[in-house]
Write a protein that binds this ligand. Structure first.
Ligand code: NOJ
Length: 564
């Protein structure tokens, strides 16, 4: 098993969606000054690394993942001086900031793309995938946000966009473009950034010739993954990126690397991998929404065991080659409780059980803003309340497939990315203290803000927030920290249904901890493969053990145990 050796492996990471964290200037949108104001909240939680979703200049077609100037801050978020101040203040508190590096695509409002449109013979035109193709798109690839992955520009040329049509893909085959990107990455690292979370990076290599594929849907199109995700040859680009940038700084790089098979993890995050670590999405969407959210199974309907086994497989494979990340939420998903637990069973105690399930796995834990409060989905009433481009697409797909608007909004409520993008509730004042009273935040405030908010939970020792703080203290503390950071992962009680259970063993110190999390809505008694030395933490009051190896759990209860 590979041992820890880098500064970042001991940290707890926290993801901020800047638009929705804290609105310091009262314009309805979160900003950098707001984040700086709240650094002490993060320090108090025990966070050592903060990943900021994009704050670069952007038309905000896809929440900032469409960048029109890589070396400037969008006025919505403030100025470069605000960014420098945030970096300074974070450093003072021992917090490293990661920015989001979005280099598979830029915005169609980036000067490069504007020049490319205006002049087909310009150098900038070679930075993108432009193909002359008359009235039909050059191939039948479907964009990840729906519809063709090609957009005509009126002069016979079409350009490729794997995401929205306002996000043209950059042509990584062009060395001049690559060098410009590397220079930009160094510009940020020179500012003392802790590193980057790297967006959609597995898509930068496309199959040469850009061939059509066999249609996989009624629209005659085909998902672009087979042709443009982790495509052979991508390693040359990723190695060069690393050598020209990251290798020269003491930074951490976290790749958004969906679809990398376990056998290839070593190339990505092994000893000489392209990145320090990565997000593995193999177990983050048990419902697999291939052809629209309306086709997905609800929690309780999908295969629990298959989901759990993917989590185990990811842990086992990663510990052989490096150090992964663990997460249940981010800005692209509904809240975890909505993904994994039937609605009728939701409660703060279940939030704690979910938290324990993932937080003690092997890897650097990420908390997504509001997760530590046990936030739930936002309960949108109408599509008019939605900002997210992918939600609008899924809503349309549902209507086209015959669902009524009432039926389609039920799917939005369950799966929309906006569910986790609503303003962070700081207290029970108007707008949850996110924006001043009288200001309308860019996305509606969560209906539960009067009870589920940071201030209320800070004063309640039984709150989800207090539970997270306890988990952070356990994970980073002297007593158990080493076991939880370095210990080997091994699944246990695999034959039991609706159960996630594993040990973490530190060979060096000869100690083992175990997590046992019941996903059953019924009480249960389990015979453990060991005697319990100590109950370290429980998601709810625990019944006394009837024997040292016999554990009785309430519905959806979990525990962290020390093994005899
Ligand atoms: C992944 C990001 O997390 C998501 O929010 C974005 O829409 C796509 N990449 C495109 O950049």
């Amino acid at each position: 098993m590979v041992q820890n050796k880098n500064w970042w492996q001991d940290k707890i990471a926290y993801q901020i969606y800047p638009r929705s964290f804290m609105d310091a200037n009262g314009d309805g949108t979160g900003d950098l000054k707001g984040i700086t104001q709240k650094l002490d909240y993060l320090k108090d939680l025990g966070v050592g690394i903060v990943w900021l979703s994009p704050v670069y200049r952007s038309p905000m077609d896809d929440g900032g993942y469409d960048i029109s100037d890589y070396e400037d801050i969008d006025p919505l978020f403030g100025s470069m001086a605000d960014m420098d101040e945030l970096l300074r203040e974070a450093n003072k508190r021992g917090i490293k900031i990661l920015m989001d590096l979005v280099i598979n695509h830029c915005s169609d409002e980036h000067p490069w793309f504007k020049k490319a449109l205006a002049d087909p013979n310009s150098e900038e035109a070679t930075y993108f995938y432009f193909v002359k193709s008359g009235k039909k798109p050059p191939n039948n690839w479907r964009s990840m946000f729906g519809g063709s992955a090609w957009e005509p520009v009126g002069d016979g040329r079409w350009y490729l966009h794997l995401f929205s049509k306002k996000q043209p893909d950059l042509n990584w085959e062009n060395p001049v473009l690559r060098e410009k990107l590397y220079k930009m990455v160094r510009f940020w690292l020179d500012k003392g950034l802790g590193g980057f979370r790297i967006d959609a990076i597995v898509h930068i290599k496309k199959q040469p010739g850009l061939p059509s594929g066999t249609p996989d849907g009624k629209d005659g199109m085909v998902g672009c993954f087979a042709f443009a995700r982790n495509y052979p040859g991508i390693g040359d680009f990723l190695t060069e990126l690393r050598e020209q940038t990251f290798d020269r700084y003491p930074c951490v790089t976290v790749a958004e690397a969906a679809g990398v098979p376990n056998e290839q993890l070593g190339e990505y995050v092994g000893e000489n991998g392209y990145f320090s670590t990565m997000f593995d999405f193999s177990y983050s969407e048990p419902y697999n929404y291939g052809h629209g959210w309306h086709t997905c199974k609800a929690p309780g309907e999908w295969d629990f065991r298959a989901w759990r086994d993917k989590m185990y497989a990811s842990q086992l494979a990663t510990q052989e080659i490096g150090y992964g990340t663990v997460f249940f939420e981010n800005h692209d998903y509904p809240r975890a409780i909505q993904k994994f637990i039937p609605e009728k069973d939701h409660s703060p105690a279940v939030q704690k059980m979910l938290a324990q399930t993932y937080f003690y796995l092997r890897g650097m834990p990420f908390i997504y803003q509001g997760q530590e409060l046990g936030m739930t989905n936002a309960r949108f009433d109408s599509i008019d309340e939605i900002n997210d481009i992918s939600t609008k697409n899924h809503y349309k797909l549902a209507l086209a497939d015959g669902l009524s608007p009432e039926e389609a909004i039920v799917k939005v409520r369950r799966y929309s990315r906006d569910n986790a993008r609503v303003p962070f509730p700081w207290d029970d004042s108007a707008n949850g203290g996110f924006s001043p009273a009288g200001v309308k935040p860019w996305l509606r405030v969560h209906p539960d803000y009067q009870t589920v908010n940071a201030k209320a939970e800070q004063n309640d020792k039984n709150s989800v927030l207090s539970f997270y703080k306890e988990m952070v203290a356990i994970r980073t503390g002297k007593e158990y920290g080493k076991i939880l950071r370095q210990g080997t992962f091994a699944p246990i009680l695999k034959r039991c249904g609706k159960l996630i259970a594993y040990t973490r063993t530190c060979e060096e110190c000869g100690r083992t901890l175990a997590v046992v999390a019941s996903y059953s809505d019924k009480p249960r008694t389990l015979r453990l493969p060991f005697a319990v030395k100590r109950v370290v933490q429980s998601s709810a009051p625990l019944a006394p053990l009837s024997a040292p190896d016999t554990l009785s759990l309430a519905p959806y209860q979990s525990v962290l145990l020390e093994v005899q």
